[in-house]
Design a protein around this ligand. Sequence first.
Ligand code: CP
Length: 324
Amino acid sequence: MQTYLRGRDMITTQEWTKHELDTVLDVAFDLKRKRALGEPHPYLDNKVLAMLFFFSSTRTRASFEAGMAQLGGHAMFLDSTSTQIGHGDTWKEIGDILGRYNDGIAIRQVDWGIGNDYIRAVAEASRTPVLNMQCDWYHPFQALADLQTILEHKGDPKNLTINVSYAYAASYQKPLSVPQSLILLMTRYGANVRLTRPPEFKLMPEVVAQAEENAKKAHGSFEIVEDFDEGMAGADVVYAKSWGSMLTTDDLDESAEISKQYTDWITDERRMELADQDAIYMHPLPADRNVEVTDGVIDGRWSAVFDQAENRLHAQKAVMALTM
Ligand code: CP
């Protein structure tokens, strides 16, 4: 267990050691237990987290805000469009000034080619920890909550086959951040990670290379398959969600056109029957119901999505309590 994490940024789990991540999980389970028992846990009494959103959110905003209140602190909601960012406040003003007012700065900026750079620049300028609430490359808090959920439902990820799969969605071209954070974190924990995606929906080569390296070090495995049904075969965890073809085109309309070839990549009951008989279905939400996944699956016996959403609260509280 690592006991001194005060002041650390959480931009990607890849920058935290396995011992440090184990500490986060240990604290997350403890905080979940404390909340279940109604035990007060005001570890961040009088502390304030600034939350800056450049993109909409249900779970992330609500869980960070609830989490700060439960830890005895306060969360300040800032919508980028109602700040002076449009009138000249750069990453430097945001990092330096919000860092002086607050004890942490959390940011969601998912624009392709911009988000991660922006969050890192704010972190450079800030005297307080910066937490990545999702960028174009990573969604670390989602992946931590996902790992907590897999530990609860399936036990040690070592020797589990986790199918991180593309699925079709019509609503919008979703960032690569969830599948990229998942393949990075699950390989750290020795899982057999299977990335299933059409050829136009590749993930960033440097992230895939890191996942391969992680798998080697943890004595797990990492493979890529391009057939939706093949990805499901025998999987213990089916994590199928949509993302955009950002590595194929910068044009989101073109990405939407490309994706229309794959409207049959929907997680339905037949596909779940191809997985292990005790398989679970996961999705970070929001899902395009009956496009990306059928109601029968997301509301059915396989689904862990509501536990997964709940664990956002506990995993985030753990990181905030340890770093702020
Ligand atoms: N999973 C997730 O990040 O949800 P929101 O977009 O609603 O925050």
